[in-house]
Design a protein around this ligand. Sequence first.
Ligand SMILES: Cc1cc2nc3c(=O)[nH]c(=O)nc-3n(C[C@H](O)[C@H](O)[C@H](O)COP(=O)(O)O)c2cc1C
Length: 179
Amino acid sequence: MKILAFAASNSKTSINKQFVTYATSVFKSDYKPDAEIEILDLADYELPFYRPDREEEDGVPPKAKEFYDKIGAADALIISFAEHNGFYTAAYKNLFDWMSRMTKEVFQGKPAVLLSASPGKGGAGNVLKTAIGSAGFFGMDVKASLSLPNFYDNFDTEKGILTDKETEEKLRTALQTLL
Ligand SMILES: Cc1cc2nc3c(=O)[nH]c(=O)nc-3n(C[C@H](O)[C@H](O)[C@H](O)COP(=O)(O)O)c2cc1C
């Protein structure tokens, strides 16, 4: 089973990347030791801003096609969303917009667990809700979701693990839906 995971953030110190990386390690150790895990970094997929005339001139950038193909090659997705002003980060939205120019089935029918994290009490819940709300339209089969508020109180950034037992249990339950 191939799992593709990424944080919808291009921050080099992304808390969502830490969270999603931990989620993949739990999935592998608790459920599928032979799972093949690939974790992508959005910083490696920086693209020019989407512009209709740019698309007409140059087409969809190869990096957007590459990301789309990575999704296509996976059996399941684990994504953790960062929230900027209640919505997707610009880096993710731009990549998503470019991919959506190939087909609206951006996620190619893949099952997915959607996560989100923020340092505040909202846990990036707004962007998570947005992602879940539109998932079906873009060909994503959302199996479960989990928002992590107060990240620095609930996650040990040195060890890279969740410290809150209740959240840990919810994460396990969410990940189990991918089996
Ligand atoms: C421009 C900007 C807007 C933000 N807006 C929100 C927000 O609407 N809700 C929220 O929970 N956190 C917000 N934050 C704080 C982010 O949750 C925090 O920076 C978090 O670390 C982002 O996730 P990441 O580290 O995975 O990139 C914002 C941060 C920035 C820089």
